[in-house]
Design a protein around this ligand. Structure first.
Ligand code: ACO
Length: 321
């Protein structure tokens, strides 16, 4: 009998209080609430405390997801963390999280696919479960993006925020995850990157996020529309069959353009970027958790997740909740 993976629990965590656009102006950034809202839809974001790490935020989100699933960390046999802002070069943030959750023995590793990282990580966990090798997986997206922002670059620093989201996946006879599709195009690596590294005891290159905003915008809309259709078609569905779209939260204009091209009403789209900003790998599970907990997303409904970002990398995953 085919084994599916079913979403048994979701959880999320946002650090501190919301920091609204006017608070950025008050910090000396040459911008305005109007510019940010008009161009992006972002009104506020949360920023991690100076000593707060991705694994700590991931732990808070994970505990809520485990609680909803009715299991403990000891029950997990797979832990995957999607992050581009790991606690350390190594060990992986997943291993640090595993230690803080008190799990021993589960396979644990990080996935680096930037803003599509959560969709990549959930797809990988699904494949492990479908293969029969693992039965209970924790998949976390956690980011402290505020640490890699150049706060003197108003074109990027106003866009991002920090946070974490988590999903517990369990082996099940019923679906579950129905389909997924992942892609990347490394020829576009230069349009969105943090082109630095730690070498010989120093940071070499540029340790801050750099972006060609308009190139990213166009690429994102095109690939998100195509991959949504591809994902649905693999199981004989169309985007008309989707009850909810939970897209990566980068820019309301990207989300609106994508849903328009997919023929999907914005009433079916979960939007959190107005309050969260772009939290990279954390954005999809943060939005998913909100819509599950406020009961917009209900058992039996079909939900499409989408991610896109640096790499360029993108993907979609369709599940029945
Ligand atoms: N406040 C005020 N003015 C600003 C700001 C700011 N925060 N940032 C830039 N400007 C100014 C620029 O200096 C420029 O001024 P000028 O005309 O005098 O030279 C003007 O606004 C226009 O700048 P552009 O960069 O051309 O602005 P654009 O219309 O492209 O909007 C934006 C920029 C919002 C980043 C847009 O390109 C975009 O949304 N791109 C998508 C990228 C994205 O969402 N990335 C998130 C990460 S990637 C991902 O997650 C998929």
């Amino acid at each position: 009998m085919r084994v599916f993976s079913r979403l048994a629990g979701v959880g999320s965590y946002l650090p501190g209080s919301p920091v609204d656009n006017n608070a950025l102006v008050a910090r000396g950034i040459e911008t305005s609430d109007k510019w940010i809202v008009d161009r992006t839809g972002i009104r506020a974001r949360h920023l991690a405390a100076p000593n707060e790490t991705s694994s700590q935020m991931g732990r808070e989100a994970a505990l809520k997801a485990l609680d909803m699933a009715g299991i403990t960390a000891a029950d997990l046999d797979l832990i995957i963390v999607a992050t581009s802002t790991p606690d350390y070069v190594f060990p992986s943030t997943a291993c640090i999280l595993q230690g803080s959750l008190g799990n021993r023995g589960a396979a644990a590793f990080d996935v680096q696919a930037v803003c599509s990282g959560f969709v990549y990580a959930l797809t990988i966990a699904d494949k492990f479960i479908q293969s029969g090798s693992h039965r209970k997986a924790l998949v976390v997206g956690a980011e402290t993006f505020s640490r890699i922002l150049d706060w003197r670059d108003r074109g990027t620093c106003v866009l991002f925020g920090d946070g974490a989201g988590a999903v517990v996946l369990e082996a099940s006879e019923k679906p579950g995850i129905l389909a997924s599709a992942l892609h990347a195009d490394g020829s576009q690596a230069g349009i969105l990157s943090v082109p630095g590294q730690v070498a010989n005891g120093q940071v070499t290159g540029d340790p801050f996020l750099r972006m060609e905003g308009q190139a990213v915008f166009k690429y994102a809309v095109r690939v998100l529309t195509t991959v949504a259709r591809e994902c649905c078609e693999t199981v004989g569905l169309t985007t008309d069959d989707i009850d909810w779209l939970v897209p990566h939260q980068a820019n309301i204009r990207i989300i609106e353009a994508t849903s328009r091209k997919m023929g999907l009403s914005m009433e079916k789209v979960v939007v959190t970027l107005d309050r969260h900003g772009n939290t990279s790998a954390a954005s999809v599970p943060l939005a998913l958790d909100e819509a599950v907990r406020d009961r917009r997303i209900r058992r039996g409904q079909k939900v499409l997740l989408e991610g896109v970002g640096g790499g360029f990398a993108w993907g979609a995953l369709l599940f029945e909740f």
